[in-house]
Write a protein that binds this ligand. Structure first.
Ligand code: ADP
Ligand code: ASP
Ligand code: MG
Length: 453
């Protein structure tokens, strides 16, 4: 059976107008379909904030946030409109959410497990509304709780999906409604672990859910619906003349998202790519635009810089060897082990005989410093940005690539780059580590230079 998997992100569900646009898009697909939804834009952040406030005993503040979340969803319910049953379900979900936060306030505790339990409400709310609305406009729809089939384990807040178990469970749980002609609506981002607890796949994880579900049912296509017309040559909200790309390879998209382009979640679409399922990124608010197709590999394109991104919340952590007779491997692996113990995402690592440096991601200097002090007290830390340019084969050997690389290096150095790498794994990306305040200027300069040709 040919199945389409459609995923709507938070920006496509932010209010009743957006939800209606998403519903209209869903109705354009005539065959079998599975609809995977995120929470409404900003709601996951608010939920996590409410949980933290509760654990800090900030009673008024977390209750105010919970009231705002409830009001926002009631407004969507009013404007859709939805049935009384769905309204009651939304109220019930909001009451349960408040109970969880009250419990956290009483215990003054906020474990990753509790954060996941609270974060799940965003997706539970949007799916309740969406499925009810589809039913009320005469589209037979089944709301399937993702925790019945999405299996994941590992750490709370960044669980690893169990693809084999999930594939089996997806087939078990979704085949019947799909075969009986129902539209399936389900949550992205959330899963159940082997103890049956709610666990999430990491921020932005709904794309991942869509790809896993799409791969499990061998979908004919996976469409990621967002608020821009596909993957652009740079963030269109930052670079005015950025262009939507017709296609981009999986590896390029991976590099882009790893280094800050939030249009797709890193690694998300790998399960789909492995099964050769086309993944297209499309615009909920301009549904007739073609968007961007993510292709497994580039065909015979000339090397060129296709897209650029910058990630700002980065820190360079560097250390010198103690020169105590340690081997190079010992020096590097000791540094990496300590960095792993710090537990902050590693973005880049490089080093030589007596010097190592790593690029990590952290919320603030204070956060980076306090965590590093414990494990790497002698390391130096500096705020920075990382610029990533990607394109077909640009980091492979060759004359065209040499010109591209030297142009990129020149711009990066003009912007004060501390380090430039033009021979990266995957052969499709260049990276430059820059002073943070130069990040956006470098992004604009590389984008401008790549697009003037
Ligand atoms: P959703 O709610 O659909 O998951 P996100 O806000 O996570 O949407 O991602 C879409 C946003 O990604 C866009 O609004 C855009 O600002 C940002 N973005 C960053 N880099 C790019 C890029 N290269 N192409 C398209 N969008 C990008
Ligand atoms: N709602 C989740 C988040 O904001 C998952 C997603 O939107 O993909 O991270
Ligand atoms: Mg997203």
């Amino acid at each position: 059976m040919s199945i389409a998997v459609l995923k709507f992100g938070g920006t496509s569900l932010k209010d009743a107008v957006a939800v209606k646009s998403a519903v209209n898009i869903a109705l354009r697909y005539t065959g079998k379909k599975i609809i995977v939804l995120s929470a409404a834009a900003g709601v996951t952040n608010d939920l996590l904030k409410a949980a933290r406030l509760a654990a800090d005993g900030e009673i008024e503040e977390y209750n105010a946030l919970l009231n705002a979340i409830k009001q926002r969803h009631s407004d969507i319910c009013d404007k859709m409109p939805v049935t009384q049953t769905a309204r009651e379900k939304v109220d019930e979900l909001c009451s349960r959410l408040r109970l969880y936060c009250d419990g956290m306030a009483m215990l003054r505790e906020c474990t990753p497990r509790s954060l996941d339990a609270v974060a799940a409400f965003g997706e539970l709310l949007t799916t309740t509304i969406f499925a009810d609305y589809l039913n009320s406009v005469g589209q037979s729809t089944e709301l399937c709780d993702a925790r019945t089939f999405m299996r994941a384990d590992g750490e709370f807040t960044k669980a690893k999906p169990d693809l084999t178990a999930t594939e089996k469970a997806v087939k078990e749980h979704l085949a019947v409604p799909l075969e009986s002609g129902k539209i399936v609506v389900t949550q992205g981002f959330i899963a159940a672990n082997t103890d049956g607890a709610t666990i999430t796949l990491g921020r932005g994880g709904s794309d991942y859910s869509a790809a896993i579900i799409g791969a499990a049912v061998e979908a004919a296509e996976i469409h990621i619906w967002t608020d821009v017309s596909g993957v652009y040559s740079a963030d269109p909200n930052r670079i005015a003349d950025a262009k939507s790309l017709n296609e981009i390879t999986f590896e390029e998209a991976r590099q882009l998202s790893f280094y800050g382009a939030k249009v797709l979640h890193p690694e998300t679409i790998l399960p789909a790519i492995k099964k050769n399922i086309p993944v297209r990124v499309l615009n909920t608010f301009a549904p007739d635009e073609p968007g961007t197709l993510i292709v497994p590999t580039a065909f015979t394109e000339q090397p060129h810089i296709r897209a650029v991104t910058v990630k700002n919340n980065c820190f360079v952590v560097s250390a010198h060897s103690a020169n105590n007779g340690e081997t190079l491997a010992g020096f590097h692996s000791d540094f990496l082990c300590k960095l792993a113990a710090v537990g902050m995402p590693l973005l880049l690592f490089s080093g030589g005989e007596s010097y190592v440096f790593a690029l990590i991601e952290a919320d603030s200097f204070a956060d980076a410093e306090s965590r590093l002090t414990l494990h790497l007290p002698d390391a130096a830390i500096e705020e920075c940005a990382v610029l990533c340019a990607c394109g077909p084969g640009i980091a492979a050997p060759g004359a065209i690539q040499a010109d591209l690389a030297s142009e990129f290096t020149g711009i990066a150095i003009n912007c004060g780059a501390k380090s430039v790498m033009t021979a990266t794994s995957g052969l499709c990306a260049y990276l430059a580590v820059l002073p943070r305040k130069q990040g956006f200027a470098a992004l604009a300069a590389v984008h401008g230079s790549a697009n003037k040709k």
